[in-house]
Design a protein around this ligand. Structure first.
Ligand code: ZN
Length: 202
């Protein structure tokens, strides 16, 4: 039987196998050190993996009465490019009517021009990974300015340091990950052991 919501361990194995979840000794552009690194589009480059992950996430939305009752007049919204394949996969599984994605322009998150007030269906915000929650907060603000409301929110991975709800809407995820971050090399246990570093872009 097909398991529609794989366990967090199984999801993490899929992410590891595709290269999306990496273990080692990483240094981020902001100078923080970490023993793990997520590059989620590496999982979404494989169509079958992308489909399994998106269908699993969609199941977590479908069981919410407030969402199920509003389908198909729902929009799936990605805060950035990383969430676009998630948005398309979730849209397919839920048969939602609309998809939108925000992009950074001149340092500001926005939708494309001519997305007008009143056109956006009630929203489910989806992303590949939620690290701090800032991206979904900014996206929720955009949606509200367009006269719509957020009825669901989720990602494949959520760091446990990020919020687990947004104005009463629970944030769904397939994996809740307790990320270890060190502010400096002095605080980093791998630096203390002289483990070679890998510099990551973001
Ligand atoms: Zn280090």
């Amino acid at each position: 039987m097909v398991q529609l919501i794989p366990s967090p361990d199984v999801v993490l194995q899929m992410l590891k196998r595709t290269g999306a979840f990496r273990e080692g000794h990483f240094v981020y552009p902001n100078g923080k050190h970490s023993p793990h690194y997520f590059q989620m589009p590496l999982a979404f480059r494989y169509y079958d993996t992308a489909r399994v992950l998106a269908v699993a996430l969609s199941r977590k939305f479908r069981i919410e009465k407030d969402i199920a009752s509003q389908l198909t007049k729902v929009s799936i919204i990605s805060p950035s490019s990383g969430g676009i394949p998630v948005a398309f996969g979730v849209r397919d599984a839920l048969n939602a009517e609309q998809i939108y994605w925000a992009e950074q322009e001149h340092g500001e998150r926005m939708f494309r021009q001519y997305v007008n007030q009143g056109e956006v269906n009630p929203c489910i915000i989806v992303d590949d990974i939620i690290r701090s929650g800032h991206a979904i907060d900014e996206t929720a603000d955009l949606v509200k300015k367009l006269g719509s409301n957020v009825i669901g929110c989720g990602a494949i991975v959520r760091f446990t340091s990020a919020p687990d709800e947004m104005e009463g809407v629970p944030i769904k995820s397939l994996v809740e990950f307790d990320a270890h971050m060190y502010d400096t090399g002095e605080a980093c246990t791998d630096c203390a052991k002289d483990v070679p570093v890998e510099h990551v872009r973001f």
